[in-house]
Design a binder for this molecule. Structure first.
Ligand SMILES: [Zn+2]
Length: 145
């Protein structure tokens, strides 16, 4: 099991939870600026999701770790990311499955789920490491959380 430190996000919530996921997946970026990344290739993505809130649910969870895993890992692991047209519409450059877009889409998916919970937890940060030397962090703007 790999342990690593993640960038911290400042907040004033009482509880903070972090969920790590390893996702083996392929992708390609169909744009001339992508160079060799226009070819199909794979990564073992390391994803860290940060959720915070002031209240717990009736079972004492801020959010169930397993649910976070189901929302992201079950959908993306061992897939071609470009195949998820409901997540990544490959005609819109803002929807090519770059690490930035993967991080943002994971945020959107998780926050959409959290919005259904009565105690209203918030996703504050999604960290996506694509390679040992490259990672992206997505955080909602202050007015969005
Ligand atoms: Zn890549």
């Amino acid at each position: 099991m790999m342990h690593q430190l993640y960038p911290q996000v400042w907040h004033d919530y009482r509880y903070e939870l972090n969920k790590d996921m390893h996702i083996a997946a392929a992708h390609f970026i169909p744009h001339e600026a992508a160079g060799s990344c226009a070819n199909v290739h794979g990564h073992t993505y390391i994803v860290n999701v940060t959720v915070a809130g002031d209240e717990l649910d009736e079972s004492g969870f801020l959010v169930n770790f397993q649910t976070l895993k189901q929302l992201v890992h079950r959908k993306l692991d061992h897939t071609l990311l470009n195949d998820h047209s409901d997540w990544f519409d490959g005609h819109d450059p803002n929807r090519f499955p770059t690490s930035e877009v993967v991080a943002r889409t994971i945020y959107e998916t998780i926050q959409r789920y959290l919005d259904t919970l009565p105690h209203k937890p918030k996703c504050l940060q999604v960290f996506v490491r694509e390679t040992p030397t490259s990672y992206v962090v997505y955080r909602p703007k202050a007015g969005e959380r």
